[in-house]
Design a protein around this ligand. Structure first.
Ligand SMILES: [Zn+2]
Length: 377
């Protein structure tokens, strides 16, 4: 559920989370000299500065026809916009944040600080706060580490250079640079630097892992489609590619099972068994696969009963469409459907699914027969 924004600036909704002020206050407190006046000015300056930074992003979004919204939270600010931008425009949007803070507040404050016109200690302290936040933080923000603005610029440039693989390059680079800076911060005794570096490294590593598992899942979907189209060698090739990148857990088990299906349908049950035992010895293949194995070995009664049980009881998944094809391929689709109707309401539902899967896989006649069987109920 979208939370309502608390204020609107030039038509741009802005939401401020309480954690923003908590973290800012913690960053501003000097334990040796907790001066209330300067904690107050620090919080106010940080609020205005982060807002100017985010408004810089927001204005750029608006120029490109995207409606932005701003959130200030515990780790600073975030300006989000619905819509995709070209890499060149992403570079502009990323740079306008830190450059706005530099131009609007940072450089004027630096000039004021250096000009010598400020006589009181209070005024000089406040101006130095403006300088620190708007120049120090802006420069830090331009480091090429995701999710900082500099990291986003780096990703967009890498996108242009690699033809769309920029995010991946930027994430790997972010981890490396965060590690180097983390070690440097540790040696320099900068605790906050170590914490930030560790946080950025962890964020990029987990994002990388997610992207990698998405890529493998997409490849396995391809292999599954190829199997359904009976392009067995192509399917095996895709499976080999996935296995070469050393997946683990469910991804490994499913890749190995798909490899075994391909072997089985190429008329090599012994090879299929070897694929399973070598590839994922502790994984249990789907009951649809075990049923297909029995059908391929000529153990028809066992295969039909097991296939019906699997279609009715196994959780939904891509193995069922392979099971339907195996049943049709061995001429047992109707036998499986009849067996399903004996199971009760769950079986009737599964028979409907079998009809759909057969239809989808191009076994029209078998799908029609199962449909007629269901119509007679
Ligand atoms: Zn920014």
């Amino acid at each position: 559920m979208a939370r309502r924004s608390q204020l609107t600036i030039a038509g741009i909704p802005v939401r401020v989370e309480p954690t923003f002020f908590v973290i800012i206050a913690l960053l501003g407190v000097n334990p040796l000299d907790p001066e209330p006046l300067f904690i107050g000015t620090w919080i106010a300056i940080a609020f205005v500065s982060v807002l100017v930074h985010e408004l810089g992003h927001a204005v750029a979004f608006r120029i490109y026809g995207i409606r932005p919204s701003i959130t200030l939270h515990g780790f600073g600010g975030l300006t989000a916009g619905n819509g995709a931008l070209s890499p060149a425009r992403r570079i502009v949007v990323s740079l306008t944040g830190p450059l706005s803070a530099l131009a609007v507040l940072g450089l004027p404050a630096l000039w004021l600080d250096r000009s010598g016109v400020l006589s009181s200690v209070e005024a000089r302290t406040i101006v130095s706060q403006v300088v620190w936040i708007n120049i120090g933080w802006s420069l830090l923000n331009l480091l090429p580490i995701l999710p900082l603005d500099g990291g986003r610029v780096f990703a967009a440039v890498a996108d242009l250079l690699t033809g769309g693989r920029g995010r991946r390059v930027a994430e790997v680079f972010s981890v490396a640079l965060a590690a180097v800076l983390g070690i440097w911060a540790f040696r320099s005794g900068l605790v906050l630097g170590v914490v930030l570096a560790a946080m950025f490294a962890a964020m990029n590593l987990s994002s990388r892992a997610r992207a990698r598992s998405d890529e493998l899942a997409a490849q396995l979907q391809d292999a599954h489609r190829l199997l359904l189209a009976h392009r067995l060698e192509d399917a095996e090739e895709v499976v080999q590619r996935v296995l070469a990148s050393r997946p683990a857990g469910d991804t490994l088990a499913w890749a190995v099972e798909l490899g075994a299906w391909a072997r089985l349908w190429r008329g090599d049950p012994a090879g299929a068994d070897l694929v399973l035992r070598r590839g994922a010895p502790t994984a249990v293949p789907s009951h649809c696969y075990r049923a297909a194995e029995a059908l391929a070995a000529g153990r028809t009664d066992e295969g039909v009963a097991l296939m019906a049980w699997a279609l009715a009881n196994e959780p939904p998944g891509p193995a069922k469409s392979l099971g339907a094809v195996a049943a049709a391929g061995s001429g047992q689709a109707m036998a499986v459907a009849r067996e399903l109707l004996l199971i009760g309401p769950q079986g009737v539902q599964a028979a409907g699914l079998l009809r759909q899967l057969l239809e989808h896989a191009g076994y029209r006649a078998e799908a029609l027969s199962v449909g007629q069987l269901l119509a007679r109920l």
